[in-house]
Design a protein around this ligand. Structure first.
Ligand SMILES: O=P(O)(O)O[C@H]1O[C@H](CO)[C@@H](O)[C@H]1O
Ligand SMILES: Nc1nc2[nH]cnc2c(=O)[nH]1
Length: 954
């Protein structure tokens, strides 16, 4: 057993129960006879089909985009003369039992040859559901049979849903269209390479994939980039394949921007909006999201693919990187859901249904937008040329698509397509053809395809588990054409006795026509010592890859994708690369991807001189149109640990304690307590007299984060000005209201906004609301704030669980506990080593993980300076040296007061901006930026705090 196989066994622990090979796996468990046998009731007549139909559908050369976690490989399939012959003069009628048996036999034979464990199918005609059925075993462990309600993850299909959502959101918005620049919708900084791109890019450009940028979706899986970092940093280094709006270039990562735009237009997260505006309205009940709730969905078909020839269950971890490309590829649905979707699309987006009323087409122009056309022509090059000439939303294309179309004249080579981004409509070359729309999707372990005969108002959806690649494509295409042909009363050209052979032919042809980057064969010796290749190689868009020598082997590491072993090849400085271990290594090492023959090349591109060390490395197997070139970088950067920083000012510091002592010499000590125990008690009682609730949980909301107060139910709001001892907030983003009510069923008191020392209040005054809460009975205090990211590994939009703080202000004598100690609150010398409750921090981490926040959830040290100015560059560098991950102007006084009074504390910072740590940087911090980031990420912060409150046992 190879090392890879051994790791496969341990990594795929849930798959231990699986049979030894696909055949056994399949025979023993997958296709069980009539797992969900159709009854006469399942089968309805095909409705108003054209009964004079006598069609020959020839799919000739066809370009399709495959996508999903494996990325956007353009695969050209040469499918010769695959002909669907339909019987002339046929009448609409229901399927007979014999026909059902014929279809079932066909599907099961395809499943056997393509090694498909679970498959669902849905066939519609006009408003009729002709056939819905599940085959095989959805979950080999529980042996759950597949049904029409079994859920399959659909990959790229998600883009259609997102487009329809946007069509709907825009149709409700007077001022915005698909052509409004994204910057005017999102109001945020979008950095993209190339002239004008960032200024002009609009929704249409992204949905129809016309930005000309290479897809970098691998970074979502591999290096856990979050949305803010993507927008701020990675995207600006996206390789340019073509100029802006010049052609179609498959790109899923940019859907992250679409998701943000949906949020800006709809005021809620893309997930919620999609459910609310699309799925609920269409009655799509089984929908789940692959990286979020799919794993809890007991209808989910277990994803399976093969590794070293063996079937293995794909762990749900494989999909965690989907967060960033969620709007492009995360939706999972059942055949019964897709029945509704097909009916919706076939009705042109207007449909009245007994169960759901929906009309997304207030303005047809808007609906047209989601169907931004592109050419589905014979070759990608031609396609590119045509797209350049096409109007993105050409009405006639749309009309042709959604109105019955006349057959194309014989010999016409016109293939008209439209895309959102890859729904295709093709008019084929022979006579008596009809237009079809198809869209496919795939993710590791899942495949799906919809084929719609638009002018016949008929459609079929197929989804299954198992390997992707050419064979899966052949399988789904054959099932869909067979089913449609039966639906159209045809006499299918292929049957269950010939289908496996046809599938073999199609697969072989694809393999032969697939471009192979470079054929290289393994060699035993590289041309230079292995040390010459070692190092950190950096691409500012893709991140870092690390190449290390390990004995006689060379290893490459790239984020979560794990470690790869490099084997020297017959070409100088070129290695064959094979995934070997690491969290997600199997996602690039599954059999279906390996057939692509990944290789990797090192260059000293200046001279190709064997004496020189290679300076760059190219990794063509990444799913992009342009293989990224990583350049050698001197140091391996540390993500969460602190780097040693270059700091001009720091160099002059004799020692940190010395400056702090110097600072203390300026301290101003106030010996006065700003409120007596009695004042505070009176305030607490007065507040309690206004509400029936007795909160044990207190929450303080930082700059721009007060919206949490809106989630408090049955609430009263008391302006701080009406609580005489409270300091009044004077800063924008701090409402200045005390809210009392329930959050997730728990009584809470919440401060919508706080006061700061820099507003002119003595720090003891900042302690007043906390002590008042204590006297109201609060035991647990949640403190949130907006903070500047000091840790270079942090990105704007990250949420940082506060692990500890550094009270820089305290070093200068600013501490709310200074003054006479009132023992009724706490002891004179309170310990502060456990300021931030470990159990609460663990709860936040657990819930954050469950909520899919891992990629932007951090834990670190907060430092407080008094402000109100933001830090100088040297101060930032100093704070970094001191071990601070984020800095702000609040929180610490509140935490000290709460801990002194025996409360448990949970603190969280939203990284609203990155501190400026380069002396010649032109970037400047601003409170506007702080508030804007707060607006964007505050929902996630609210969701996490709410979930914590829900889980607390108080
Ligand atoms: O700490 P909060 O109140 O969230 O606010 C932070 O944001 C403000 C600066 O933009 C400062 O008040 C700083 O402390
Ligand atoms: N001190 C400080 N406070 C902040 N609050 C939000 N951002 C910042 C920052 O960069 N520095």
């Amino acid at each position: 057993m190879s090392e890879a196989q051994r790791s496969a066994q341990s990594i795929f622990a849930p798959a231990q129960g699986l049979a030894n090979d696909w055949l056994e796996f399949f025979n023993a468990r997958a296709v069980q006879p009539a797992a969900a046998a159709a009854t006469e009731d399942d089968v309805r007549g095909p409705g108003q089909l054209d009964n004079s139909l006598h069609s020959v559908l020839t799919i000739t050369t066809m370009t399709l985009a495959t996508s999903g976690a494996k990325g956007a490989a353009m695969v050209t399939l040469l499918l010769v003369a695959m002909t669907v012959v339909c019987v002339p003069g046929a009448q609409p009628r229901s399927f007979t039992q014999t026909e059902i048996a014929q279809l079932d036999r066909f599907v099961m034979e395809v499943m056997r040859c393509a090694r498909i464990p679970a498959l669902s199918l849905s066939l519609v005609s006009d408003d009729d559901v002709v056939y819905e059925k599940g085959y095989g075993t959805a979950n080999p462990t529980t042996r759950t049979p597949t049904t029409k309600d079994t859920v399959f993850c659909l990959g790229s299909f998600t883009q259609s849903f997102t487009s329809v959502l946007l069509a709907d959101l825009l149709s409700r918005n007077e001022n915005k269209t698909f052509e409004t620049p994204l910057r005017d919708i999102m109001g945020s900084r979008i950095h993209l390479p190339g002239h004008y791109r960032a200024d002009l890019v609009n929704l249409k450009d992204i949905l129809s994939m016309r930005t000309g940028l290479s897809n970098m979706d691998i970074i979502a899986t591999a290096v856990g980039v979050n949305r803010y970092r993507l927008m701020e940093q990675n995207l600006r280094f996206a390789p340019e394949v073509t100029s802006f709006r010049e052609s179609y270039v498959f790109n899923e990562i940019l859907f992250s921007l679409v998701e943000e735009a949906a949020r800006a237009l709809g005021g809620n997260t893309w997930y919620r909006l999609l459910r609310q505006h699309v799925f609920n309205r269409l009655g799509m009940e089984n929908v789940a999201f692959v990286h979020m709730d799919a794993k809890e969905n007991n209808k989910l078909a277990s994803p399976v693919h093969s590794l070293n020839g063996k079937p293995v269950q794909v762990p749900m971890d494989a999909y965690k990187g989907q967060e960033l490309v969620a709007a492009a590829s995360s939706v999972c649905a059942s055949a019964s859901d897709m029945t509704r979707w097909m009916q919706f699309i076939l009705s042109g987006g207007k449909k009245d249904d007994s169960q759901a009323k929906y009309s997304l087409t207030k303005d047809p122009e808007h609906f047209a937008g989601h169907l931004a056309p592109r050419d589905a022509s014979t070759t990608r090059r031609e396609e590119i040329m045509r797209v350049r000439r096409l109007q993105v939303m050409r009405r006639d294309v749309l009309q042709n698509t959604f109105q019955p179309v006349q057959p194309r004249p014989r010999g016409s080579t016109r293939l008209t397509g439209f895309s959102q981004p890859d729904i295709q409509v093709s008019y084929t070359r022979e006579s008596n053809r009809y237009a079809f729309v198809s869209q496919e999707g795939s993710l590791p372990g899942y495949e799906s395809l919809i084929t719609l005969l638009v002018d016949r108002k008929a459609g079929v959806f197929t989804a299954f588990t198992g390997d992707g690649g050419a064979r899966a494509y052949a399988a789904k295409t054959l099932i869909n054409t067979f089913a449609l042909d039966m639906l159209l009363q045809g006499n299918p050209w292929v049957d269950s006795t010939s289908v496996c052979h046809v599938m073999d032919t199609m697969t072989d042809m694809t393999r032969r026509s697939e471009p192979h980057p470079t054929r290289v064969s393994a060699m035993s010796e590289p041309i230079r010592p292995l040390e010459d290749y070692e190092g950190t190689y950096r691409h500012y868009g893709y991140g870092d890859v690390f190449i290390r020598r390990n004995g006689s082997e060379l290893h490459l590491e790239y984020g979560e994708l794990g470690r790869y072993i490099l084997t020297p090849s017959s070409r100088n400085d070129t290695f064959i690369i094979q995934a070997n271990s690491g969290p997600l290594w199997y996602t690039t090492n599954a059999d279906e991807y390996r057939s692509k023959g990944p290789y990797l090349a090192f260059f000293d591109n200046r001279y190709n001189d064997p004496e020189r060390r290679p300076e760059t490395v190219t990794i063509p197997f990444f799913s992009s149109d342009i293989a990224p070139v990583f350049s050698k970088h001197p140091v391996r950067p540390v993500e969460s640990e602190q780097e040693d920083v270059e700091c001009d000012a720091c160099a002059n510091f004799i020692s940190v304690p010395l400056i702090l002592t110097a600072a203390m010499s300026t301290m101003v000590v106030s010996l006065r307590n700003h409120c007596t125990y009695d004042d505070l008690k009176k305030a607490a009682d007065s507040i309690l007299s206004k509400t029936k609730y007795r909160p044990k949980i207190g929450i303080i909301c930082g700059s721009g984060l007060g919206h949490l107060g809106e989630l408090v139910e049955d609430r009263i709001a008391i302006p701080y000005k009406d609580i005489p001892i409270f300091p009044i907030s004077t800063v924008p983003g701090h409402e200045g209201k005390l809210i009392i009510g329930t959050l997730e069923g728990k009584a809470v008191v919440l401060m919508q906004g706080r006061s700061h020392t820099y507003e002119g209040y003595p720090t003891q005054k900042i302690a007043v609301p906390v002590r008042t809460m204590k006297l109201m009975g609060v035991e647990i205090l949640f403190v949130t704030n907006a903070a500047g990211g000091i840790n270079p590994g942090y990105a704007v939009g990250d949420l940082m669980i506060i692990k500890d703080h550094i009270n820089i202000a305290g070093f200068a004598g600013i501490n709310p506990l200074i003054g006479p100690n009132d023992d009724r609150f706490g002891v004179r010398f309170p310990p502060m080593s456990n300021a931030y409750d470990i159990e609460l921090r663990n709860l936040a981490k657990k819930l954050g993980k469950e909520m899919g926040f891992e990629s932007f959830l951090r834990e670190g040290v907060y430092s407080m300076l008094v402000g109100p100015n933001f830090e100088t560059v040297s101060e930032c560098l100093l704070l970094r040296k001191l071990g601070s991950d984020a800095t702000g102007m609040s929180t610490v006084p509140e935490v000290l007061t709460a801990k002194h009074a025996g409360m448990r504390v949970f603190g969280m910072s939203l990284i609203t901006n990155k501190v400026v740590s380069e002396y010649d940087s032109e970037v400047m911090a601003s409170h506007e930026e702080v508030l804007e980031t707060g607006k964007k990420r505050s929902e996630d912060l609210q969701a996490l705090v709410s979930a914590m409150v829900k889980n607390l046992k108080v």
